[in-house]
Design a protein around this ligand. Structure first.
Ligand code: ADP
Length: 250
């Protein structure tokens, strides 16, 4: 689904991504791991159109999508989860879901929200869809909570929920488990697996928790110093000497 060819991203003289090549197979839950500073987030940002690459190519389903802006990638079904912006914290969880289709289309957020709000039928449809998503994620009880009041793990579920408001094909998830308790992390993991199996989502996941990666991801791609160091099953990766060395070296 995604092919990254010899991608470079330089910040001044610093090569954050330094000739990374990799593939994300359709239907996979691909893990992306590596020591801090390996270039994982930068790679995500380039693939998702948030940063222009210095050189190299990103292909999606056989088409060159290098440097396309996020809303165009969004129309092709490529989504990167994003944290709930400060200004949406005062909206409820349900409202946060309802505004996704408009918000990611590249229009001004508030304009879309008010325009949509004026169209009752449209709003009813969005509300039904949002309630389905909440049910799928088992967080119906949070529908009317302000987004700023829910826990870090619940916010991650909401981020995942936002990808379900549109027809995502591939979702890039950054640090799903950071600061999330084990029970919620399992709920998030279950939601990812169900979205993969039942709805055909492809995932690429950056995560530090190796148990989580081992349970969910195949293959696992290891990055170090801006390059792909190894790729394989979690077991295979954890026995790879170059990988062990890269982690011990930091
Ligand atoms: P990872 O996600 O693997 O921890 P990052 O992609 O966040 O790695 O960062 C890779 C390197 O690039 C780091 O050394 C980081 O300091 C640097 N970097 C990231 N973004 C910028 C930026 N906007 N300007 C300068 N350096 C950056």
């Amino acid at each position: 689904m995604i092919v990254v060819e010899d991608l470079h991203k330089h910040f001044g003289g610093f090569h954050a991504v330094d000739g990374a090549s990799l593939e994300i197979r359709a239907g996979s839950i691909t893990g992306l791991i590596g020591p801090n500073g390996a270039g994982k987030t930068t790679l995500f940002n380039v693939i998702a159109g948030r940063l222009p690459p210095t050189s190299g190519r990103v292909m999606m389903a056989g088409q060159d999508v290098t440097g396309l802006p996020p809303h165009e990638l969004f129309h092709r079904g490529l989504l990167r989860t994003f944290q709930i912006a400060h200004e949406f914290g005062s909206m409820t969880v349900r409202e946060n879901l309802m505004m996704v289709p408009a918000a990611q289309s590249g229009e001004t957020l508030w304009n879309c929200w008010f325009r949509r709000g004026a169209v009752a039928a449209e709003e009813r449809k969005l509300r039904e869809k949002a309630d389905e998503v909440l049910d799928f994620l088992t967080i119906t009880h949070l529908a009317d909570e302000k987004a700023s009041n829910i826990s870090g793990g619940q916010k991650k579920l909401l981020e995942l929920g936002r990808t379900m408001m549109v027809d995502a094909k591939i979702v890039f998830l950054d640090e799903v488990g950071a600061g999330v308790n084990r029970t919620l992390l399992n709920t998030i993991g279950d939601a990812i697996v169900r979205l993969n199996k039942e709805r055909g989502y492809t995932f690429c996941v950056i995560e530090h928790d190796m148990d989580f990666i081992a349970r969910l991801c195949d293959p696992v791609i290891v990055m170090a110093e801006g390059k792909v160091l190894a790729e394989g099953s979690a077991d295979h990766i954890m026995e790879n000497e170059a990988v062990i060395e890269a982690y011990l070296g930091t």
